[in-house]
Design a protein around this ligand. Structure first.
Ligand code: NAD
Length: 356
């Protein structure tokens, strides 16, 4: 049983903790938090031992009626792997803590690539993380792009990727983020930093990215143009992408025409927190012209990296190979929508058509 600690129990940390706890070969040995807020109370209710990330704040937890198991150092000393899901930049500050106990650490995409021995996407470069002391699971956008690039590269060869990323302004709980009523080129500089981040997974890949931010919290949407090394048909690409367990090719006529309905679908289908771990890629959008491929996909920023963190844990502990780990993670969490998803019976499909 792999004992996992989670430092930083926010949007990503709480999801990773639940995903780890769901695995037959892993357990959450504890989570570390800076403050006894509502998420701390939920963690305790879920049975996760609570550690204080800032020792001087321990009395605040006691005042809030939260029993603590110790301070974060004790958690780091006790576990096989730490998952650092603290805000961007804090992971780098925590690196020496993990190293001082020789505890392998998994960082998140908000950290610079240099924080870890390797950047990670399970479908693309699992083996590079095997036995590593530190791994960075790339950001939500980079994860979404990598999952598409990997099969295209293997099957056809990729000459050039051009991607425009329409980015959500903030997560639903980030009430300090914006824009509220604007459309921002963000970052204004072209190409954006996302391309170089994808190159941490695919060194040498030719990729240019442009970013915008919009007043939405639900998902990101990517518009992709990939020039391949061989002529392709849309049908062939679609079949290839359909075979990828973490890509959901949205079927035509089902009424899933945007991020709002995708999120509704996830909630209707009983997904925890309405999470969509898969890239949600519109089948109808897959178009080709010679070697040029075009498509749209939506990425649920809060959850697509969650199965990747689980696989990264198996990679650093060398407890499973890529195929086995991905299979186990998918099966345990229920990752892998395909065709007409459960939750949408024929009647609902007809009803959604009638609404149009
Ligand atoms: P978050 O703000 O939702 O959660 C971070 C948590 O860490 C909060 O609970 C915060 O109180 C806590 N924290 C702050 N300082 C701490 C410290 N010193 N020690 C321990 N805990 C501390 O942030 P998030 O969105 O979960 O992001 C975490 C990481 O994941 C970042 O690197 C981010 O870039 C990356 N990421 C975020 C998203 C997303 O859409 N939210 C997607 C992919 C990757």
């Amino acid at each position: 049983m792999i004992r996992v600690g989670v430092n930083g129990y926010g949007t990503i940390g709480k999801r990773v903790a639940d995903a780890v706890e769901a695995q037959p070969d892993m357990t959450v040995a504890g989570v570390a938090k800076t403050q006894p807020n509502f998420e701390a109370h939920t963690a305790v209710e879920l049975g996760y031992p609570m550690y204080t990330a800032i020792p001087e704040r321990a009395p605040l937890f006691a005042e809030a009626g939260i029993e603590t198991a110790g301070v974060v150092d004790e958690l780091v000393a006790d576990v096989d792997v730490m998952v650092d899901a603290t805000p961007s930049g804090i992971g780098a500050d925590n690196k020496s803590l993990y190293a001082s106990y020789h505890t392998p650490a998994i960082f998140q995409g908000g950290e610079d690539a240099g924080v870890a021995e390797t950047s990670f996407n399970a479908r693309s470069n699992y083996d590079k993380a095997r036995g590593a002391d530190s791994v960075r699971v790339v950001s939500c956008n980079t994860t979404g792009l990598s999952r598409v690039v990997a099969p295209l590269e293997e099957e056809y060869g990729v000459e050039k990727v051009r991607a425009t990323l329409v980015r959500r302004g903030g997560d639903p709980s980030q009430n300090t983020r914006g824009p509220i009523n604007d459309i921002l080129p963000n970052p204004i500089e072209i190409p954006s930093h996302h391309g170089p981040d994808v190159q941490t997974i695919f060194p040498g890949l030719s990729i240019d990215t442009m970013g915008l931010k919009v007043p939405a919290t639900l998902m990101h949407v990517h518009a992709l143009n990939v020039t391949l090394e061989t002529d392709v048909t849309a049908a062939h690409v679609r079949q290839l992408l359909d075979e990828q367990s973490r890509i959901y090719v949205i079927p035509e006529g089902i009424g899933l025409d945007g991020a709002g309905k995708l999120k509704d679908f996830a909630l209707d289908a009983g997904r925890p927190r309405g999470d969509l771990w898969e890239n949600c890629l519109w089948g109808e959008s897959i178009a080709t012209e010679g070697r040029d491929l075009y498509l749209f996909q939506a990425i649920h920023q809060e959850s697509d990296v969650v199965p990747e963190n689980v696989d990264a844990i198996r990679a650093v502990t060398e407890t499973a190979g890529a195929t086995e780990s991905i299979r186990r993670t998918n099966e345990t969490l229920g990752v892998g929508l395909s065709g007409d998803p459960s939750g949408f019976g024929a009647d609902q499909v007809e009803a959604s058509r009638a609404d149009d």
